[in-house]
Design a protein around this ligand. Structure first.
Ligand SMILES: [Zn+2]
Length: 410
């Protein structure tokens, strides 16, 4: 890899805080360039070689970094390359209406094991929800037990709802009533381990920064498209959180005055036109006798060339693009990342989104529109990134990490 992590080039540590920032910088740089030598780390980060050696020594002692193979140079001593220790894994849980997907994800974002379970789709009682939590815990324990000697760093949960980061309460979750119980507390109790929990779109944004190609981007939007639509917003290097961490619910911006009633109680919300559920509804309008139940089934029909399935997804995407144009006009992102099952049809979906942005743009340039690096598993990697960010990075908080990117740590 030849890209220099310019955003990570900062000054030399002169305090404990700055040393911890330098540690974070080195971890990011190893992740991007591994296997990499200490000399190259010094060159890439702008840190003194002695500082690099001390911090890498600490990371090796702590087990996060492994000394690896010997490199080759035209002359002189052969350097030892270092890599992240992929024995470290997290347990990632993605909570959706009607299902939960669990995975063991390693420090590099590789999904080692994955399992999906169905949970109460219409759990409107606390008892139903607690039963769902118990089912998730059972699956989590078996996944963990089957992962041998891996070192578990923690449990991360991405949820289709907004999570107050002070109280950990799910504050808004119109498509599944997680607000009725303390999901965070319940999961911690049954799994007996600390849990990191975040809105799915925000988690995907963090995953793109840690595992993906956009660690250097200061303005981007992640749009998580599933049963509803959530957005994660990075503006001028800071995650936009808003009052009570509620920012990003663009899925409920009113796109029309009338239409289907939304889970939030209003009508005409963006997600009633552009979510997976909307596409299923469009298909059933074309094929009233259809027994189709899931978006995956619709996708499979579309991939097989079913013209009515394709038309339904095209219509969903036209509405997705229409809403995106509003976000782009207001937030001026450099890149828009789409996370969701729909990216399985990216060669068809992307041109529809781009044409909507071009048609509605008031400037000559529009942002790049890309699929999340890992399509339908983006939310799992997002959940894993929450844990890594907590346990691995000593100094960075989500927004602080980006805020500091503009300033040398001196
Ligand atoms: Zn709504």
């Amino acid at each position: 890899m030849t890209t220099k992590p310019s955003r990570l080039r900062r000054g030399v540590a002169s305090s404990e805080t700055a040393r911890e920032i330098n540690r974070d910088i080195l971890l990011h740089t190893i992740h991007l360039h591994q296997p990499v030598s200490r000399a190259d780390l010094a060159r890439l980060t702008g840190l003194q070689p002695s500082t690099v050696s001390v911090i890498i020594g600490q990371l090796i002692d702590e087990g996060w970094v492994l000394p690896g193979t010997l490199g080759r140079l035209p002359r002189g001593r052969r350097p030892t390359f270092v890599t992240l220790n992929d024995q470290h894994v997290t347990l990632a849980i993605d909570l959706r209406p009607g299902s939960a997907t669990l995975a063991v994800v390693d420090i590099n974002g590789k999904i080692v094991r994955q399992e999906a379970i169905s949970i109460s789709a219409h759990g409107n009682s606390k008892n139903d929800l607690k039963k769902s939590i118990a089912k998730i815990a059972k699956a989590a324990q078996s996944l963990r037990a089957s992962s041998g000697d891996r070192l578990f760093a923690g449990v991360g949960v991405s949820v289709s709802g907004r999570v107050d980061q002070k109280t950990h309460q799910v504050l808004f979750s119109p498509n599944v009533p997680w607000t009725q119980i303390d999901v965070h507390e319940e999961l911690q109790r049954v799994l007996q381990t600390p849990i990191e929990m975040e809105n799915a779109a925000n988690a995907c944004l963090l995953a793109e920064q840690w595992f993906g190609k956009f660690g250097h981007t200061s303005n981007m939007i992640v749009v998580s498209v599933s049963e509803g639509i959530g957005t994660g917003l990075l503006v001028d290097g800071r995650l936009v959180r808003g009052r009570n961490d509620m920012a990003g619910e663009f899925g409920h911006m009113p796109l029309e005055d009338s239409g289907t009633v939304c889970g939030c109680g209003n009508t005409g919300c963006w997600e009633t036109f552009a979510s997976n559920r909307a596409a299923i509804r469009y298909y059933k309008e074309l094929v009233p006798e259809s027994k189709l139940e899931s978006f995956k089934e619709l996708l499979n029909l579309a991939i097989a060339g079913d013209i009515r399935a394709l038309r339904s997804i095209d219509k969903m995407m036209a509405f997705l693009g229409r809403g995106l144009a509003i976000l782009v006009a207001g937030l001026a992102p450099e890149v828009v990342i789409i996370a969701g099952d729909c990216t399985a049809l990216w060669s068809r979906v992307c041109p529809i989104l781009e044409s909507q942005l071009i048609a509605k743009s008031f400037t000559s340039s529009t942002p790049r529109v890309v699929a999340a690096m890992d399509g339908d598993t983006a939310r799992l990697r997002g959940a894993a990134a929450l844990v890594l960010h907590k346990v691995l990075f000593r100094h960075s908080e989500f927004e602080q990490a980006n805020q500091q990117s503009a300033k040398p740590a001196v």
